[in-house]
Design a protein around this ligand. Structure first.
Ligand SMILES: Cc1ncc(C[n+]2csc(CCOP(=O)(O)OP(=O)(O)O)c2C)c(N)n1
Ligand SMILES: [Mg+2]
Length: 199
C-alpha cells in the first residue's frame, strides 16, 4: 500500500483492502467518491451504489442488514455524507444490527464538490459521536496495519462496527459503475433473491 506525500492513507487502497475478504457481503456506498472507490475495487451485483440520497447511506445499510441478517453488510461513506445523516448513527446504535459495519472514509473535506472544509476537520469527532450513540466497537484507523486488521475482522465475526479511516485528499482516477437506479436495484435484488424477486 502506498501513502501520499502527507503520509495519509490512499482511499482506493484502503477500500480495496477492506473488500479483499468480502465473500458474499453486501456493500452500500454513499454518493460520489466512495461509490467510485468501491467500483474501482470490482463492480458486482452485490454492490448497491447510491448516486444521490446524501445522508442516507447508513439507513439504507441498516435496512439491508435487518433484511439479510446472515450476511455482513458494509457501508462505505464519506465524512460529509456521514455528517449529513448523523442521526442515523443513533438509530443504528439503538437497533444494533450485529451484521452491519459503517466505514467512514474521512478526508475532512467535501472532495466531490470542490474540497470545501468539512466538520470532521474542524473539531467534530465522528468516532466519538458513534461511541456516544452506543456503538460498542469503534475504530479510528490511520495505518496500513490497522486497515488490514479491520479487513479481517469485518468478515471473521459478527458485530456492529463503526470505523473512521483517515485518508488523504489525493485525487483518484474516475471509476464509474452503472448509474441507472432501477437497473442497479433490479440487479441487486436478482443477485440476492433470484429472478422471481423482479416479478
Ligand atoms: C442533499 C445534497 N446536498 C449536497 C449535495 C452535493 N454533494 C455531493 S457529494 C458532496 C460531498 C460529499 O462529501 P463526502 O461525503 O465527505 O465525500 P468525499 O467526496 O469527500 O469523499 C456534496 C456536498 C448533494 N448531492 N445532495
Ligand atoms: Mg469527505
Amino acid at each position: 500500500m502506498t501513502t501520499s506525500t502527507s503520509q495519509l492513507l490512499n482511499r482506493r487502497e484502503v477500500v480495496a483492502q477492506l473488500l479483499k475478504k468480502r465473500g458474499d457481503a453486501l456493500v452500500v456506498t454513499s454518493l460520489g467518491n466512495p461509490t467510485f472507490d468501491v467500483a474501482a475495487a470490482g463492480d458486482t451485483p452485490h454492490n448497491f451504489y447510491l448516486w444521490g440520497a446524501m445522508g442516507g447511506a447508513v439507513m439504507v445499510g441498516m435496512g439491508m442488514a435487518l433484511a439479510q441478517p446472515e450476511r455482513r453488510v458494509v457501508v462505505f461513506t464519506g465524512d460529509g455524507e456521514m455528517m449529513m445523516g448523523i442521526g442515523s448513527l443513533a438509530t443504528v446504535a439503538v437497533e444494533k444490527p450485529a451484521n452491519l459495519a459503517v466505514i467512514v472514509l474521512n478526508n475532512e473535506h467535501y472532495a466531490e464538490t470542490g474540497m470545501q472544509a468539512a466538520h470532521a476537520g474542524r473539531g467534530v469527532n465522528l468516532t466519538g459521536i458513534a461511541k456516544a450513540s452506543g456503538f460498542e466497537e469503534t475504530y479510528d484507523i490511520r495505518t496500513e496495519g490497522d486497515v488490514e486488521d479491520l479487513g479481517s475482522r469485518l468478515y471473521s465475526k459478527k458485530g456492529l462496527v463503526f470505523a473512521a479511516v483517515r485518508i488523504s485528499t489525493d485525487p483518484s482516477p474516475v471509476a464509474l459503475p452503472p448509474r441507472d437506479g432501477p437497473y442497479l436495484r433490479s440487479r441487486f435484488r436478482e443477485a440476492l433473491l433470484g429472478a422471481s424477486a423482479l416479478k
